[in-house]
Design a binder for this molecule. Structure first.
Ligand code: PLP
Length: 436
């Protein structure tokens, strides 16, 4: 495999020093600082298909893929061409553009129950705005979320469970007022009794329940369909909205996301990552009737100077078209299956407390247990330490994994069988070293 590795990291080191003096912690988003694994972040210079290259010229088979958006891989020619063509026409107008309709149409045609789409510039904005819409429609204030799910960094979502039986949340970040956090109730995943009791106690206060139907931000916590169905039934019964946050799973696990996979239709859905094709973009969507409440049609305000940005719309629309034209979900599923099977075959020769959890092209190396956890609480505490060894070995040998034990990996359409085979080999060696 023609992978350049183990060269100097001098240029990254130099830039990392400088970054400390300009950006808080050296980064624009915390996980990039490698705090959870130690070592020094690499500054990336470019990417081609399944690979990225750092400023010192080291190659990596990349399973971060910008945390999910790059489902076609880095600098895919079809996406680059679409963005270049849009670029020539102007960067932004702050007025309607035709590609908004192209992308919205693809989303309406793909996702169960979606009739209207409002574009934003990030996934955080999408969830924040979907919650406001749900509150506007229901006239209620309480939000329910689950521990182990991530929905971006707006105040009402940076909340942890309160102590004991208390259903009021507590801030999980400084700067979030307790008064705001109290409006969010945080429940464990996979716990039917907790759901039933919260709805019995406060069902008529609940505006919305938000969850990642395929929780992929704290390990990959695949849920039981029965539990999801119970959640759907309870929200219906109590007049609360069910918001599926499909910022990762949307167009990743299936054309119709988790809703298609589980056959469960939410009231509102949020998108991000893939729908922008690598450009900043998010969206919230659902039935026309709910969107009658959203400005300019109704009293729920939401806006954005760069929302529906022409470059993002062009990149997103081309990405979705390409996925649909190329039977992408079968291809991705097969690529990821073969990668994971190779790693697991290696693991099976040993007695490692390890397994891979996978859903389509999303995979997670679960350390410390051979049972796939369904809740954040069930993840082994020692995982982070073992993972830092695996991460360091992979980084030194040309495989770029997320710098945290709790982040998933993404296989893209661009990863070749050769790259996947090589990566499986390197990851196998890393496991061997970590469990020695
Ligand atoms: C990434 C993510 C978000 C936040 O999106 P940003 O674009 O980072 O603001 C929200 N929800 C989920 C499920 C995500 O994975």
């Amino acid at each position: 495999m023609d992978l350049k590795t183990k060269d100097s990291t001098a240029r990254s080191a130099e830039l990392w020093q400088r970054a400390q003096t300009l950006l808080p912690g050296g980064v624009s988003s915390p996980v990039r600082a490698f705090g959870a694994v130690g070592g020094q972040p690499r500054f990336l210079s470019h990417g081609v298909g399944g690979r990225c290259v750092d400023v010192d010229g080291n190659d990596f088979i990349d399973f971060v893929q910008s945390w999910g958006p790059l489902i076609l891989g880095h600098a895919h020619p079809a996406i680059v061409a679409a963005v270049e063509a849009a670029l020539q026409r102007g960067l932004t107008f702050g007025a309607p553009c035709e590609d908004e309709l192209r992308l919205a149409q693809l989303m309406v045609d793909s996702y169960p129950g979606v009739e209207r789409v409002r574009f934003t510039s990030s996934g955080t904005e999408a969830t924040m705005s979907a919650i406001r819409l749900a509150r506007g429609v229901t006239g209620r204030s309480r939000l329910v979320k689950f521990s182990g799910c991530y929905h971006g960094h707006s105040d009402g979502l940076l909340v942890a469970a309160g102590s004991g039986a208390i259903t009021l949340g507590q801030p999980s970040s400084a700067g979030v007022p307790p008064e705001v956090a109290e409006l969010t109730s945080v429940l464990p995943l996979d716990d039917e009794a907790a759901l039933v009791s919260l709805f019995a106690e406060r069902g008529d206060e609940i505006a919305a329940v938000i969850l990642e139907p395929i929780p992929a931000n704290n390990g990959l916590l695949l849920q039981r369909k029965k539990w999801l169905e119970k959640l759907r039934a309870l929200t219906c019964e109590h007049g609360a909205m069910l918001i599926f946050d499909e910022v990762i799973s949307g167009f990743r696990v299936a054309r119709g996301g988790a809703a298609e996979l589980y056959g469960i239709e939410p009231d509102l859905v949020t998108f991000g990552k893939i729908v922008g094709g690598g450009m900043p973009c998010g969206a919230f969507a659902g039935p026309a009737a709910h969107f009658e409440h959203l400005a300019p049609l109704g009293p729920v305000y939401q806006a954005g100077t760069l929302s529906g940005n022409p470059l993002a719309m062009a990149a997103g629309a081309r990405t979705l078209e390409y996925l649909i034209e190329n039977d992408a979900w079968n291809v991705l599923n097969e690529s990821a299956r073969s990668l994971c099977a190779k790693i697991e075959t290696r693991a099976a020769q040993h007695d490692w407390p390890f397994r891979i959890v996978r859903c389509g092209s999303v995979f997670w190396m679960c350390l410390g247990t051979r049972t796939a956890p369904r809740t954040a609480e069930a993840i082994d505490d020692g995982a982070a330490e073992v993972y830092s060894k695996i991460h360091a070995h992979c980084l030194a040998n040309g495989v770029y994994l997320a710098p945290s034990a709790y982040e998933v990996g993404f296989v893209s359409m661009a990863h070749t069988p050769e790259e996947l085979g090589h990566a499986a080999h390197v990851i196998g060696d890393a496991l061997e070293e970590a469990f020695r």
